[in-house]
Design a protein around this ligand. Structure first.
Ligand code: GLA
Length: 388
């Protein structure tokens, strides 16, 4: 599947610019096994890069103007890389503008490039196509101009580009897009950015994504609001328990004790965060021990919390999780990523997927009149150069 994408992108580059690209970069989307909305709350997360990617073809063009072509959208834009960068109404271009802004404001001197990109990461499905766009473009600039930016800094600059566009995200998406490894999940300590790879061995279970096909239009404002509520909550906790410096040091009892000092929403958000931080460590231990049913159970708990306490689910996603909850062949399911739409991630007994997929598609269409999209995911490598 990716071979075709690479061929198509390279051929279009040749057609549009009349030359062979000098660099081809592949940048993946990500899944997250567990640890949602805690990357910006000093928690741990357990994501992985996937085999759905954006392919970029690049060359320097020896001018000050970059020309970027989004093949799938049949759109393009030009940007003077020496001028002040501004946000525009064309959202996809803002991620690239954000990267250029990051590079120039960090003192890197850029020249123009020609770039064509094309993707098979579904957009708006919670698979972080924007992180793949930021990190892939940055990676390409790094390679073309020998900027010597370390992979971890590519992730951090990608995150800042996303902030510039307007969503105050944590580090998980960019980190996993850059640092992912085939057949590994990466446990990231979002407080220190230390990380360790664990085997993504789910034994008899397959990882299946069910895409609700509901796009998260509420996402930006609601996401930023959640983050603010958590900041408000932790400030209250710290003022009563000076020994606590972040959610990492909190126990459920601390938050419970302060329930009447917080608004109901702030309490619910904090209560979720403290429990979710614990769940990630438990899930990681269970994964290492091959106890996949335990991992799945924790995923169900996470969904419950994301739906009722963090309130980032929606009817469609709740339906998808509720429908598999009592099925003994599905050991875990939950909304994945920022929420308000996008995908659920499911651990489904190998051999039973076909029947489950077809029953769910039917039930989902009957209930919401929406086509369910289904992706079998493989865990792939982080952003890399493709040798032509
Ligand atoms: C989005 C953000 C991430 C993370 C998730 C929720 O994907 O970009 O930083 O907060 O939501 O876990």
């Amino acid at each position: 599947m990716n071979d075709l994408l690479i061929k198509k992108t390279t051929a279009s580059f040749q057609e549009l610019f009349g030359s062979t690209p000098s660099k081809i970069v592949l940048s993946p989307g990500r899944i997250n096994i567990i640890g949602e909305h805690i990357d910006y709350n000093d928690g741990y997360v357990l994501p992985a890069a996937i085999d759905k990617i954006i392919c970029f073809a690049f060359e320097k063009n020896n001018t000050n103007t970059s020309k970027i072509v989004a093949l799938d959208l049949d759109e393009e834009f030009e940007i003077d890389v020496t001028a002040k960068v501004q946000l525009t109404d064309t959202v996809w271009t803002n991620y690239i503008r954000g990267v250029i802004h990051q590079l120039t404001s960090n003192g890197f001197e850029l020249e123009g490039v020609n770039c064509v990109f094309s993707s098979n990461i579904p957009v708006g499905s919670g698979l972080s196509s924007s992180a793949a766009l930021e990190c892939g473009f940055l990676f390409g600039m790094n390679e073309l101009f020998n900027l010597n930016i370390k992979p971890i800094d590519i992730a951090l600059m990608g995150q800042k580009a996303e902030h510039w566009v307007g969503i105050n995200c944590g580090i998980m998406d960019q980190f996993s897009s850059v640092m992912g490894k085939e057949n590994k999940v990466v446990k990231i300590d979002c407080r220190t950015l230390e990380y360790e790879y664990h085997d993504a061995n789910f034994n008899d279970y397959a990882l299946i994504l069910l895409d609700s096909n509901v796009k998260h239009s509420l996402m930006t404002s609601a996401y930023n609001e959640r983050r603010q509520q958590c900041e408000e909550g932790i400030a209250i906790v710290k003022s009563h328990f000076p020994e606590i410096s972040s959610f990492r040091d909190c126990e459920e009892k601390h938050v419970l004790e302060l329930k009447d000092k917080m608004t109901e929403d702030v309490f619910k958000r904090c209560y979720f965060v403290v429990k979710e931080i614990k769940r990630v460590s438990l899930a990681c231990e269970a994964l290492d021990a091959g106890e996949i049913e335990k991992v799945g159970q924790l995923m169900f708990e996470t969904h419950e919390g994301l739906s009722k306490e963090y309130e980032v689910s929606c009817d469609e996603l709740d339906f998808l999780v509720d429908s598999v909850k009592n099925n003994p062949d599905v050991v875990g399911a939950r909304v994945m990523g920022g929420g308000f739409g996008g995908c659920t991630i499911n651990l489904i007994k190998k051999g039973t997927e076909t029947a489950i997929k077809s029953n769910l598609s039917k039930a989902y269409f009957e209930k919401f009149g929406i086509e369910l999209k289904i992706y079998d995911v493989k865990i792939g490598n982080g952003t890399s150069l493709h040798t032509i």
